[in-house]
Ligand binder design. Structure first.
Ligand code: PLP
Length: 367
């Protein structure tokens, strides 16, 4: 079976280096918020080209803390997309703010700026921009939109490790960037992990308090914080894995380029090409197919796993049925949810695996 992710196929060299890292943590006797976390925070902030990294428990908390550190909460509206992981919207709700859903551009599945404009109100305080599937686009236009409307820009970078746009890394455009290191992400931990990255020293300080019970100094709690700290063992292992990341991203692009060159089918449509090579890191390789469910069955028959990102847009989820949205509706998000399908695209794939996927797609004839 060609899997969507195949962690067991990672190199022995990586595995040994990680086991050494785990041993180092066990021997240190210090397990939460220690030197490994500090080192990883520094390394990841450096990778993102920003001054501060604040390690947290997961990507959703990184978003909630970013919002709360910016004082965004009850009464405030935050524009985002319904075509994302549920965590994006849940984080806004958890922060006490009100999500307002903008539709997507059908060519990329990214939030549409035109739709976001229709979502503006006097209560709009921020945009959570999701670099969906690993794509960054039009960052100058989003930055300008936020500036003109006095909105904070928060980047949801959970799928965009190492993506850049005109030389600037994901997470360095907004007031804050929120990363997830969930195991399947481009940089994945061995459990839950996340990070807030920012150039804003005040925001970084507040985020550090908020992740640790709102504690300013031991036993002094100045804020209603959370418990969402990064474990030493995850930080130590992620520090090892960072060294393999650029090689992994190159392989993801490789696989994607083979798909783009070799998939020929009138049943399958590609998303728009990235604006520049480095602006897409192919966390997911997504195509569109009107007979998506049949294609998925056919792939499975050829021993190819596939997944749908995402089959149900956020506004169709129970807690979100009455969320505010683009007055023109969310038609493109709904359509995309019905036709999108993600093909395996990960660094452990062999050329042979890629060939099997191409062949399986190309031989799909539909109903
Ligand atoms: C994975 C993901 C998240 C949530 O990250 P967790 O670490 O699972 O909390 C948020 N946004 C997007 C776009 C994601 O893909």
């Amino acid at each position: 079976m060609i899997l969507m992710n195949d962690f067991k196929a990672e190199s022995a060299q990586l595995r040994d280096a990680m086991l050494d890292a785990v041993r180092r943590v066990l021997d240190s006797g210090w397990y939460i918020l220690g030197q490994e976390v500090l080192n990883f925070e520094k390394s990841w902030a450096d990778c993102c080209g920003v001054n501060h990294g604040i390690g947290v428990g997961n990507g959703m908390d990184a978003l909630e803390i970013s919002l709360r550190a910016l004082n965004i909460g009850p009464g405030d509206e935050v524009i985002t997309t319904p075509m994302t992981a549920f965590a994006t919207v849940l984080a806004i709700i958890r922060a006490g703010a009100s999500p307002v859903l903008a539709d997507i551009d059908p060519e990329t599945a990214l939030m549409s700026l035109e739709s976001a404009k229709r979502c503006l109100s006097p209560n709009t305080k921020a945009v959570v921009l999701v670099h969906l599937y690993g794509q960054m686009r039009d960052m100058d236009r989003w930055a300008q939109f936020c500036e003109e409307n006095h909105l904070s820009l928060i980047e949801d970078c959970a799928q965009a490790h190492c993506a850049s746009w005109r030389g600037k890394m994901a997470g360095s455009f907004g007031e804050a960037g929120a990363y997830s290191f969930y195991p399947t992400k481009n940089l994945g931990a061995f459990g839950d992990a996340g990070m807030v990255v920012t150039n804003d020293t005040k925001l970084a300080e507040r985020a550090r308090l908020l992740r640790n019970y709102g504690q300013s100094e031991r036993y002094h709690h100045d804020h209603v914080g959370l418990n969402t700290r990064l474990d030493e063992v995850h930080a130590a292992m992620l520090l090892v894995k960072i060294n393999f990341l650029s090689e992994y991203i190159i392989r993801r692009r490789n696989v994607a380029n083979i798909y783009k060159k070799e998939i020929f089918s009138d049943k399958v449509q590609m998303l728009a090409a990235p604006q520049e090579d480095n602006s897409h890191v192919y966390h997911l390789f997504v195509v569109k197919c009107k007979e998506r469910d049949l294609l998925q069955k056919k792939l499975l028959f050829s021993s190819v796993q596939s997944l749908i990102h995402y089959p149900i847009p956020v506004h169709k989820q129970k807690p979100c049925l009455s969320l505010k949205r683009d007055p023109k509706g969310l038609m493109h998000s709904e359509r995309h949810a019905n036709i999108c399908i993600s093909l395996p695209c990960h660094p452990q794939m062999t050329d042979r695996d890629v060939g099997v996927v191409v062949e399986a797609v190309n031989s799909f004839r539909g109903a």
